[in-house]
Write a protein that binds this ligand. Structure first.
Ligand SMILES: [Zn+2]
Ligand SMILES: [Zn+2]
Length: 107
C-alpha cells in the first residue's frame, strides 16, 4: 500500500515539476538557442498542419521513454517519473495545443 502511494506521489511531483520545467524551457531554451524551432509557434497565420515547434514534443518524450525502459523491469520510481512526464505532455497538448490554439478542426 505504501508503495502505491509512493508511486502516485512521484508521478504527481514529476507532473508539477514539469510545469516549472516547461516555463523555464519556454523562457530560456525555446526563446534561447532553440528559437529556430519555436519561432513558427508565435506566427499566427500559417497553414501547415505541423509546426517545427512540435519537435519539442519529441524532444520531451525522450527522457520519458528512457525512464519507462529503465523502470519497467520492476516498476520502480523511474517508471513513475516517466509516467509523470508523459501525463504532463498529454495534458499540455490537450490544454495548450487543442484548447488554447485550436489545432484540431471543430467536430
Ligand atoms: Zn514562445
Ligand atoms: Zn502557444
Amino acid at each position: 500500500m505504501i508503495g502505491i502511494l509512493f508511486n502516485i506521489l512521484i508521478t504527481v511531483l514529476v507532473f508539477i515539476f514539469m510545469e516549472f520545467f516547461a516555463w523555464f524551457a519556454h523562457k530560456y531554451i525555446m526563446h534561447g538557442f532553440l528559437w529556430s524551432l519555436h519561432k513558427d509557434h508565435h506566427q499566427v497565420n500559417h497553414d501547415h498542419k505541423f509546426q517545427k515547434n512540435d519537435y519539442f514534443f519529441l524532444i520531451f518524450a525522450i527522457p520519458s521513454i528512457i525512464l519507462f525502459v529503465l523502470g519497467s523491469k520492476d516498476f520502480n520510481y523511474m517508471f513513475f517519473s516517466g509516467l509523470g512526464i508523459a501525463l504532463y505532455g498529454l495534458a499540455y497538448f490537450i490544454v495548450h495545443e487543442i484548447i488554447i490554439h485550436r489545432r484540431l478542426p471543430p467536430p
